[in-house]
Design a protein around this ligand. Structure first.
Ligand SMILES: O=C(O)CCC(=O)C(=O)O
Ligand SMILES: [Fe+2]
Length: 454
């Protein structure tokens, strides 16, 4: 089928042409396209939407909703119910919704309006923020992984680190500046309260997770999912788990679209009026991403802190089949860009003779390695598809032989002779050493012994 064959059209040129418009998928909708461009066509296996047979639904219903009423009044019985509810949800789903969370409902609406307004303003204004340079304070882009994923998603996003060092107001677009600053403060305060409840749910002192800085860094990702002309051929966000301690997600109440993977089935997250969706991220404790990154990286990716008590579930967003845009705002509690990396590892109190530590300690720098290795896995999968086709085989042939199952990451440092962009790598070709030229932003790929030995 043409849509799954990555090598059957000039994908890179089409990706570049799309990227250079700097107006994202919203720009395609404005141009009136009625067919989905090929760069967005995803594979049937990624699009599959297996639902559990009805008998299985008895024990797997839906993600729980927890009432946080009493957050302000410090009601002890209510607090115990919250803690119990969170423990159960975080162990079984890694996801829950919260109502009566204390964030003003009109602020939720104003925040979503801010995201809509940014994306729906004149293209010339938006374009000045479009970039793939994530060192910038505020970045608007379409698909962070545009050039590395096997299919682009029907989604545009803007993002910004809001804590520990909030941006200067003038670094944020005027159209959503005030509401971003106001909403992120509220999300921080809710997050701090949730980290207290989560600490208690783990049998720890309420301040434990706050004291190890889990609630200090906040990254905000605002997504815009315009109506998709062919929503059965692509996704809004592909399957992933969040690289964070905890995520507070403000969903659009109108449309469903977010799904959580549990026991191999995709569960829709139902809209609950006024609710925020909370999910455990990889740093609080991941289990799912470990399946994709093995070998050396597995003990890094299967992170830490709760020693497997809580799960970081994989989730995705279906392409928007409604007539109006769907928006969402994710607030990710993360270690952020911290000058002195602190070490995270399974919390001592959660480790015992019967429950030995499953993960070793990692530093924040290793968190970057995990993020990088996840990206490299994606590039690798795409390259193995192209290599299979180059060998005249079925696109998935090498992947099906498990060639993409494990990854060994070696970080080399050559002081002080070699410098970045200076080169140094040589390949023996016809008995001559040929320099590998430096190409800015490029990755060097080579065939290994296992793919073909001579
Ligand atoms: O848009 C959504 O509902 C979810 C987005 C998400 O999962 C993410 O940004 O990590
Ligand atoms: Fe996510």
């Amino acid at each position: 089928m043409e849509t799954t064959k990555i090598g059957s059209f000039d994908r890179i040129s089409e990706l570049k042409a799309f990227d250079e418009t700097k107006t994202g998928v919203k720009g395609l909708v404005d141009a009136g396209i009625t067919q989905l461009p090929r760069i967005f066509h995803d594979s049937p296996s990624n699009l599959a939407n297996p639902k559990p047979p009805s008998s299985d639904l008895l024990h797997l219903t839906t993600i729980p909703t927890i009432d946080l009423e009493g957050r302000v009044f410090e009601d002890e019985t209510k607090r115990k119910n919250m803690v119990d509810g969170i423990r159960d949800a975080a162990e079984k789903w890694g996801f829950f919704q919260v109502v009566n969370h204390g964030v003003p409902l009109d602020l939720l609406e104003r925040m979503k309006d801010g995201v809509r307004r940014f994306n729906e303003q004149a293209p010339e204004v938006k374009k000045q923020y479009y970039s793939r340079d994530f060192r910038r304070e505020f970045v608007y882009t379409s698909n962070f992984d545009l050039y590395t994923s096997s299919a682009a998603c029907w989604r545009d996003t803007f993002s910004c680190y809001m804590a520990p060092n909030p941006p200067k107001p003038q670094d944020l677009p005027a159209i959503c500046r005030d509401v971003m600053l106001e909403y992120s403060k509220q999300a921080m305060s809710l997050g701090e309260f949730l980290f207290e409840l989560i600490s208690e749910a783990l049998g720890l002192n309420p301040n434990h997770l706050k004291d190890i800085d889990c609630s200090k860094g906040l990254r905000m990702l605002c997504h815009y999912y315009p109506p998709c002309p062919e929503p059965d051929l692509t996704l809004g966000t592909t399957k992933h788990s969040d690289i964070a301690f905890l995520t507070v997600l403000l969903p659009d109440q109108i449309e469903e679209g977010l799904q959580v993977l549990r026991e191999g089935y995709w569960f829709d997250v139902p809209p609950v009026p006024g609710a925020l969706i909370i999910n455990v991220g990889d740093l609080l404790q991941a289990s799912s991403c470990s399946q994709s990154i093995n070998a050396f990286c597995s003990d890094l990716s299967q992170l830490l802190v709760t020693n497997d008590k809580f799960i970081s579930s994989e989730h995705r967003v279906l392409a928007n089949r409604a007539t109006k845009a769907r928006v969402s705002v994710g607030c990710f509690f993360t270690t952020g860009i911290r000058p002195n990396p602190r070490i995270y590892g399974p919390i001592g109190e959660l480790v015992s003779e019967n429950n030995p530590p499953k993960y070793r300690e990692i530093t924040v720098k290793e968190e970057v390695m995990i993020e990088y290795s996840k990206e490299v896995m994606k590039v690798g999968k795409m390259l193995f598809q192209l290599l299979s086709e180059a060998l005249g085989l079925n696109t998935n042939h090498l992947k099906d032989m498990d060639c993409t199952n494990s990854l060994l990451l070696l970080g080399h440092f050559y002081p002080p002779v070699l410098q970045e962009q200076v080169g140094g790598l040589q390949v023996l070709h016809d008995q001559y050493w040929v320099d590998v030229p430096t190409v800015p932003g490029a990755l060097v790929v080579n065939v290994g012994d296992l793919l073909q030995d001579n």
